[in-house]
Design a protein. Structure first.
Length: 347
């Protein structure tokens, strides 16, 4: 007799969000990510943040647009209210952005870049991947109201403890006015997410394409935004204004999101959404060997190739699962307007 172990989707998201946001991205290589104390902090931060965003999206009967805005709010919560990297001129990861785009006590290019990064890579993509892995559980909350309050409390406790910890370690405390601004911006994103129509990304009329098309678009967008925020500042040499870099980066991301929203996602299948979310994951898988072999990094990057290989295996297994049960997206969700199931041919 074979015993089948069912892993709750909430638990998978709790672990996948920090693994994507910190481990696969190379921000916290294996030697750093799997330290017990740091691992606990990251799981409570990324994992609880992703779960709260996902549960609010479902309870509000909203769609991916709301998830993006909640992800932006999460990015501000982490980077402005917990570690204060939006304000700290000596933040260790700034690089050239430490002297490029800083005004009125804010690292503006870094702020825009990290808000977008966390929205998409720390929240939206992990949530969509887990929902694709559990199609029958997609329409429903994964936590009771009491459990959601506990997870939200754990997130806020982690943010508060992290603020004290990083402030003490780095000797930097953001001015009160800037910190309150961060609180206001976070609440603003939450309010906008609550108000955004649930079918915001499901109003398009452009015929759907093959899954590989969406993989290529999202992979190209990831590369383009990376060049905008990472490459342009390094070659600016004073002739590129930071505001221009922010405008270019935001335009790339917003333009791609609006372009994708123009497709008829009401008739989409799971494989097409899987193709869309695979592109950014593939980007980090492809650069994982570069991360490990980068001699300019001061941290221990050993094991990044193994991380990339592990994510490639997981992505492949999920692709196979989606292909075996390639149902219409509209047939497995109640968070947005229901549509009758119908066959959609790839154009």
């Amino acid at each position: 007799m074979i015993m089948r172990i069912s892993v709750p989707p909430g638990l998978v998201l709790l672990l996948l969000a920090p693994a994507m946001g910190e481990l696969l991205s190379g921000s916290a290589p294996p030697a750093e990510f799997f330290q017990p104390f740091g691992f606990t902090i990251l799981v409570a931060l990324y994992g609880c943040g992703a779960i709260v965003c996902r549960e609010l999206k479902v309870r509000w009967r909203k769609g991916v647009g709301t998830l993006i805005l909640l992800g932006c709010g999460y990015g501000v919560l982490e980077e402005a209210l917990m570690v204060a990297s939006f304000y700290n001129p000596s933040w260790m990861d700034l690089g050239v952005l430490g002297g490029f785009g800083r005004a009125w006590g804010v690292n503006w290019v870094w702020t825009v870049e990290l808000t977008i990064y966390h929205a998409l890579f720390s929240i939206v993509i992990p949530v969509l991947l887990v929902e694709l892995a559990y199609p029958s559980r997609k329409p429903e909350p994964w936590l009771t109201d009491r459990q959601l309050k506990i997870v939200a409390a754990a997130l806020l406790l982690d943010v508060g403890a992290g603020f004290i910890l990083f402030g003490t370690m780095l000797g930097y405390w953001p001015p009160a006015a800037q910190y309150l601004l961060g609180v206001a911006v976070t609440l603003g994103f939450i309010y906008a997410a609550r108000r955004l129509p649930g079918d915001w990304a499901r109003r398009g009329a452009r015929p759907m394409r093959r899954p590989a098309f969406y993989t290529a678009v999202s992979l190209g967008a990831t590369l383009a935004s990376g060049l905008a925020f990472g490459w342009l500042p390094s070659i600016s040499d004073g002739f590129l204004h930071p505001l221009l870099v922010c405008v270019v980066g935001v335009t790339v991301v917003y333009g791609v999101v609006r372009y994708l929203a123009g497709f008829e996602w009401r008739k989409a299948r799971r494989s097409q959404l899987m193709g869309l979310v695979s592109g950014p994951v593939l980007f980090f898988i492809l650069v994982s060997p570069i991360q490990e072999l980068d001699a300019s990094r001061l941290d221990d990057t050993s094991g990044m190739m193994m991380v990339g290989a592990a994510f490639l295996l997981l992505l492949t297994l999920l692709w196979l699962k989606v292909r075996r049960n390639d149902t219409p997206l509209s047939g497995i969700t109640t968070t947005e307007t229901q549509e009758p199931e119908e066959s959609t041919e790839y154009k």
